[in-house]
Design a binder for this molecule. Structure first.
Ligand SMILES: NC(=O)c1ccc[n+]([C@@H]2O[C@H](COP(=O)([O-])OP(=O)(O)OC[C@H]3O[C@@H](n4cnc5c(N)ncnc54)[C@H](O)[C@@H]3O)[C@@H](O)[C@H]2O)c1
Length: 349
């Protein structure tokens, strides 16, 4: 097998916006075969756009999973549907790449990891920002010890998200939370690339602008196993044009600011300041401002890179690049964050 045949459940959202055109179609080892959407109108619209034959367009996920001649299924539906759909895929012997979060709650994620292992199918989770060329470069610099001892990292993901009737992200029963489970979990996954796993968390959430049940503001302070600290801010209430989507990493010998890398686009650059000979305390506190280097690594498309790596894992029977276990771990931290927000206490993971 050298090309993985894909079906997509929930083809009309992020699948249509990014994963099908940027990931599945251009991937060298993937082929789009079948799609599923909730209505004839939507499935035909997406099907025509990507030349999916009418007999491979489904309006029932159960029917697509049972009947489509596919090796793998990309689940890109609202969060509350992931669990049942991934279980169905596993029962049918299909490999699954599920959108983040893997499912709502640790228990559900554990069930999915176990079901896929028992069915001997690969399970992946789409934290595709790991493939960003800038994040890979930060990982490389950190691993080479260029920043010295890491002390602090910050990840921010923000968008303007006004009330929309029926939007799953605005109803915790459907989304599992608000800005944090939707966007903060990406920041967490990226920070853990550099800092390692999270040990404990403290989060505050609120609704400061948007009038819906899910939080529009989440700020979390984390401590990693290494002792280094982190901060994640996820906001649904700042205009898109005013968002920085910042990523910052600080160490005893330097710092990195990534610009335009946290998000769905495969764009951005790094501002890297390395100070290997720190010297003594400067009581004058005069700062050199021009010592930062701008690094622009190669930036492969993050959706294509993930799909190709996941297909490779199927073809070579190896561990998926971002596994179900990774999705379970992420949800474990996210659940601890919400527990902290509810109780007003710091929570160990
Ligand atoms: N990794 C990323 O870049 C990224 C970006 C956005 C969203 N997401 C994740 O993707 C998932 C979907 O988010 P979205 O923004 O695309 O939402 P969306 O509402 O825009 O799209 C979801 C699609 O699923 C369809 N759908 C709903 N129920 C279905 C069912 N039973 N069978 C088939 N199709 C069904 C809807 O009609 C809709 O077209 C969420 O889990 C979200 O967290 C990931």
């Amino acid at each position: 097998m050298s090309v993985i045949r894909w079906g997509v459940i929930g083809a009309g959202g992020i699948a249509d916006r990014r994963m099908i055109p940027e990931g599945i179609i251009p991937a060298s080892n993937a082929e789009l075969v079948a799609i599923c959407e909730v209505s004839d109108e939507l499935v035909n619209k997406v099907g025509e756009k990507y030349d999916v034959p009418p007999e491979e367009r489904y309006t029932s996920d159960v029917e697509m999973i049972a009947n489509a001649d596919v090796d793998a299924i990309y689940v890109a539906t609202p969060n509350h549907l992931h669990k049942d759909q991934v279980l169905e895929c596993a029962a049918a012997g299909k490999h699954v790449l599920c959108e983040k979060p893997l499912a709502i709650g640790v228990e559900a994620c554990e069930e999915l990891v176990e079901a896929c292992a028992a069915a001997n199918v690969k399970l992946g989770v789409d934290f595709m920002m790991r493939f960003h060329g800038c994040h890979q470069k930060v990982k490389e610099l950190v691993a080479a010890g260029q920043l010295g001892t890491l002390v602090m990292g910050r990840g921010e993901l923000t968008c303007w998200y006004p009330p929309i009737p029926g939007a799953f992200r605005q109803d915790p029963a459907l989304g599992g939370g608000g800005a944090f489970i939707d966007m903060g979990n990406h920041c967490l996954d990226v920070l853990e690339m550099f800092f390692g796993r999270t040990r404990r968390v403290s989060m505050m959430i609120d609704n400061l602008v948007q009038d819906y049940p899910a939080e529009d503001t989440a700020v979390c302070v984390l401590q990693f196993e290494s002792g280094a600290l982190g901060m994640i801010d996820a906001l649904f209430n700042v205009p898109d044009d005013a968002c920085h989507n910042a990523l910052e990493v600080y160490g005893s010998q330097g710092s990195i600011t990534a610009r335009g890398t946290i998000g769905q686009a495969s764009t951005g650059e790094l501002e890297v300041t390395l100070v290997p000979d720190v010297g003594g305390y400067d009581s004058q506190q005069e700062r050199e401002v021009a010592i930062a280097e701008i690094i622009k690594p190669e930036l492969p498309n993050i959706y294509q890179a993930h799909i190709e790596a996941f297909c490779d894992a199927i073809i070579n029977d190896t561990e998926p690049p971002i596994s179900g276990e990774d999705g379970l771990w992420n949800e474990r931290v996210v659940e601890a964050c919400y527990q902290s927000a509810r109780t007003g206490r710091m929570v160990g993971v």
